[in-house]
Design a binder for this molecule. Structure first.
Ligand code: B3K
Ligand code: ZN
Length: 883
């Protein structure tokens, strides 16, 4: 497949001023009439009128009222070129499309008999011929016509300006979007849907209509999404002074969706997973996910829609910024400083586990990529999560007010435009009078920088020196890297664990401020502190101030001090993780060498002290008590041994269970949340610690805790408690009697929730990730009547979770996991290339495994690469893996 390069960008030959569309909606054959008014772009090197189309039946093409002759244009792949067109053009196009046959879920497709669209990144070209690129922004007017009984609801972008009957059982709705937008933000929805709606008063006093549309039977699950939307609207006004610019804002939920949600102008379309919630079907994690995704899509209205991307290489301009905004939204909603830290830790965990891994593999790419084959493969954790870290670094460097000034300037300069990442950086720089030239490397260089730390204390001179040296590993196409501009937030702890006053040469000392942001911009730099009256312990990279790996050698005692006392909660947690990782690596090596396993009391006692520390937020304690995941431990090794890691981690969990038995039991009892379920931060924190305690208790086989879990499962009044208990029960290594009970509980759960698709997804997920679920069991579950590869949520629940989140079973020595993976990727490739390409990524890191596994992974990759009719999506992923 052919790659596209950022350096080849050419402005469009023609602009589009207005788009008028008429849809005759029919599931099997939808007729689309489009009228474009276009004018030549005198500043472009492109002289032809260029349009894109895919999988279209073209019925009519008229240019300025005259039918276009076959000889008047050329078509090559998805590209149509019309040479010698006049400067002013009215183009009339008629196309025929088949929504019911569209299983790719891109373009116009059917979901449970309703019409749904997904146009980002390049789905609009599956509806009509169009200059389908984000820098072509136009005003849209759309008329939808359909059978009134089957499709009573007709929704489009912007405002509803007319509706009525057409006779013969059909009706229409006319929608006008007052703002110009790129085609990827186009949307329509038609079908049988119901909505929760509310009038809402903006800060300015203007009243807007908010709607959450769902399929019948789901109206009892929309309140949380509605609340999240209102919170989002208020937050963007308060924090960034950004107001909703439409009179109406709609959210539609569909169960067939390739990703989480989509920010179409005024008509956001969501995966049901990020809309539907009530206590009996949704967990606390689901509630939090809904809040952040509703926020994310809403915030795109300014960062993405009003100011959009010049080309898809700039994707992180909108995604990194909008993730940063949704992270801040969730953190601000909790409000407390430990609440903020909990959110930060959760976000960093994902970044490290998934993005650092991506950055170390064959798909590593800069936040602003230089090339791609299929843009849909670049909606990655690098673009999103690392992109957000890059935005957060401006925030750390410029401060709260400086960042806001930069945002204000960005909108003042670029509202209504399609711009580049460099424009955002320029706004931040100009608004603050700061030179951010070197900062550009965060956009252009891939890979996770390593920062090595050396310290030296001179007791006689009372000086303390910290030398920071940076390096960044090679990534595909980028053998050498230049130094990054890295903000390192830090403090110094005395032997009692208190922050010491900071006097750093070159930095202004501020009374009462015991945290400082050092700026590392050279390959190596020494920072010198004076008036340091005792040997300090350095707390570096506070709040994870940069997306780097910090190599610093701490003793266990120093880590213990940081864990117990650091004023920065992130680094407190981090110290605990360092203590744990050190031990888990040692245990893994012992498993491999067949040596006896042991866990030392220093570590156990540090965990006990944290668990029992009532002054700490339970959610924070839960994070400290959670051991690094098997994937995180794997990153510590040159060659990964998944089974040894699993055995080591399970051993540590059992030891914690045994030694902290009484403490865990009392934590369990102290954090019950009787009464009405509420998804507020305090109750959620209690549930998370209580359920962590339960899962630990179940690691040490005894009957009473099994009974405790069973009671929690059958008596639970909310899904959080029910699912946690079921997970514990089904991973319990007990007697045959208890295994029977576990099977019964799973069966009971299925029966009770078989009508709730999102809960059945959890049922599959739970089994996919159970320790005892092997390849054969997955194959058996794939034959279950509720399983299908055709629905992305369902496909992900079982197969993605097994391949990505059950490493000890997936990487079984006979290679049967990889054979299953290859079959699945090939089967999905025929149905839905985007979903297939996601699963294809599961073997990205194949070179990190022992040779006998590498051979089998290589064979599986070759098998996929050789499959017939391989999509660009999958081809790009496996080609890069094999390179
Ligand atoms: N912008 C969409 C993602 C579109 C993915 C296209 N393959 C959702 C979001 O980031 O908000
Ligand atoms: Zn987004």
């Amino acid at each position: 497949p052919q790659a596209i390069f950022r350096k080849d960008y050419v402005a469009p030959g023609y602009w589009v001023d207005t788009v008028e569309m008429g849809f005759d909606l029919d599931l099997d054959a939808t007729h689309v009439a489009t009228r474009l008014t276009m004018r030549r772009n005198p500043d472009s090197a492109e002289k032809d009128l260029v349009l894109f189309g895919a999988e279209l039946k073209t019925l009519q093409l008229r240019l300025n009222g005259v039918n276009l002759k076959k000889s008047a244009y050329t078509i090559d792949g998805e590209t149509m070129r019309i040479p010698n067109a006049p400067d002013e053009v009215v183009l009339e196009i008629e196309t025929l499309i088949k929504p019911s046959k569209n299983t790719s879920l891109s373009g116009l497709y059917a979901s449970n008999g309703n019409f749904i669209t997904q146009c980002e990144a390049e789905g609009f070209r599956k509806i009509t011929w169009f200059p389908d690129r984000p820098d072509v922004m136009a005003k849209y007017t759309v008329v939808l016509r359909a059978d009134k009984k089957k499709f009573p609801v007709l929704l489009g972008n912007g405002n509803l300006i007319e509706q009525g009957d057409l006779g013969d059982g059909r009706h229409f709705a006319k929608w006008e979007d007052p703002f110009k937008k790129p085609s990827y933000l186009f949307a329509l929805v038609a079908g049988s849907l119901v909505c929760q709606e509310e009038k809402y008063k903006l800060g300015s006093g203007r009243e807007v209509l908010l709607q959450v549309w769902v399929e019948k039977g789901n109206l009892d699950k929309t309140q949380h999404a509605m609340d999240s939307l209102k919170n989002s609207i208020r937050w963007d006004e308060e924090r960034f002074g950004l107001e909703l610019d439409l009179d109406r804002f709609m959210i539609v939920a569909t169960s067939d969706f390739n990703m989480g949600a989509m920010e179409n102008k005024g008509l956001n379309i969501f995966n049901t997973k990020y809309v539907l919630a009530n206590p009996s079907i949704a967990t606390d994690i689901d509630y939090a996910g809904i809040e952040s995704v509703v926020g994310h899509e809403y915030f795109h209205n300014w960062t993405g829609n009003r100011v959009t991307c010049r080309d898809w290489f700039q994707l992180s301009l909108k995604e990194g910024l909008t993730v940063f905004r949704d992270q801040e939204f969730s953190a601000d909603l909790v409000g407390t400083s430990t609440g903020r830290a909990v959110k930060r830790i959760e976000d960093v965990r994902v970044l490290r586990q998934v993005q650092f891994s991506e950055d170390a593999g064959p798909m590593a790419h800069p936040v602003r990529p230089d090339s791609f084959v299929e843009i849909n493969n670049f909606y990655t954790v690098t673009i999103y999560e690392k992109g957000s870290e890059v935005v957060r670094m401006y925030y750390t460097l410029l401060g709260h007010d400086g960042f806001r000034k930069g945002m204000d300037l960005y909108f003042a300069r670029h509202d209504g435009q399609a711009v580049e990442c460099d424009d955002f950086r320029a706004a931040m720089s100009d608004a603050n009078g700061r030179d951010l030239t070197q900062f550009e490397r965060w956009y252009s260089q891939a890979g996770t920088p390593r920062v090595d730390v050396q310290t030296h204390y001179d007791a006689a001179a009372q000086t303390y020196e910290i030398t920071l040296s940076q390096r960044c590993p090679a990534t595909p196409g980028q053998p050498e890297k230049l130094p990054f501009h890295i903000p390192v937030a830090m403090g110094l702890l005395n032997s009692a664990g208190q922050d010491m006053p900071l006097h750093c040469e070159g930095y202004e000392a501020q009374a009462g401020v015991n945290s400082l942001v050092l700026e590392l911009s050279a390959a190596s730099q020494t920072f010198r502190f004076t008036q340091v009256i005792e040997q300090p312990v350095a707390s570096l990279l506070r709040n994870f101030s940069a997306p780097v790996v910090l190599n610093i050698s701490y003793s266990d005692e120093e880590l213990g001090l940081l864990l117990a006392h650091d004023s920065d909660p992130f680094n407190r947690w981090e110290a605990g993780q360092r203590l744990a990782t050190r031990r888990l690596v040692r245990l893994t090596k012992a498993v491999q060498a067949g040596e006896p396993l042991a866990l030392d009391s220093m570590f156990i006692e540090a965990l006990r002290a944290t668990l029992n520390n009532d002054t700490l937020d339970p959610a924070f304690r839960e994070l400290v008590l959670t051991l690094p995941s098997e994937a995180m431990i794997a990153e510590e090794f040159e060659v990964v041994d998944p089974q040894a890691i699993h055995t080591a981690r399970q051993f540590a969990r059992a030891q914690i269970s045994q030694h902290l038995r009484a403490d865990l039991l009392s934590a369990y009892e102290q954090h019950l949340t009787p009464g009405k379920f509420s998804p507020d931060a305090v109750s959620m924190a209690k549930r998370s610690l209580k359920n962590l305690a339960l899962s630990y208790l179940l690691e040490w086989v005894d009957e009473s805790t099994f009974e405790l879990a069973k009671t929690q499962f059958y008596d639970a009044e909310n899904m959080t408690d029910r699912l946690a208990a079921l997970a514990g029960i089904s991973n319990f290594r007990g007697q045959p009697q208890q295994q029977k009970e576990a099977a019964k509980a799973l069966q009971h759960f299925y029966k009770e929730f078989k009508k709730e698709a999102l809960v059945i997804d959890k049922w599959f997920m739970l089994q996919a990730t159970a320790h005892t679920t092997d390849v054969a069991k997955v194959r058996e579950l794939m034959t279950h009547k509720a399983f299908t590869l055709g629905n992305p949520n369902r496909a992900r629940s079982l197969t993605f979770n097994f391949c990505n989140a059950n490493p000890a079973q997936f990487h079984v020595a006979d290679g049967s996991g990889y054979a299953l993976w290859a079959e699945l990727v090939i089967a999905l490739n025929k149905i839905n290339p985007q979903v297939a390409a996601r699963l294809a990524r599961s073997l990205d890191r194949w070179k990190k495994y022992p040779l006998h596994l590498q051979e089998k992974m290589h064979a599986a990759l070759e098998k996929v690469a050789a499959a017939k009719k391989l999509s660009k999506d999958v081809a790009e992923v496996v080609t890069k893996a094999l390179a």
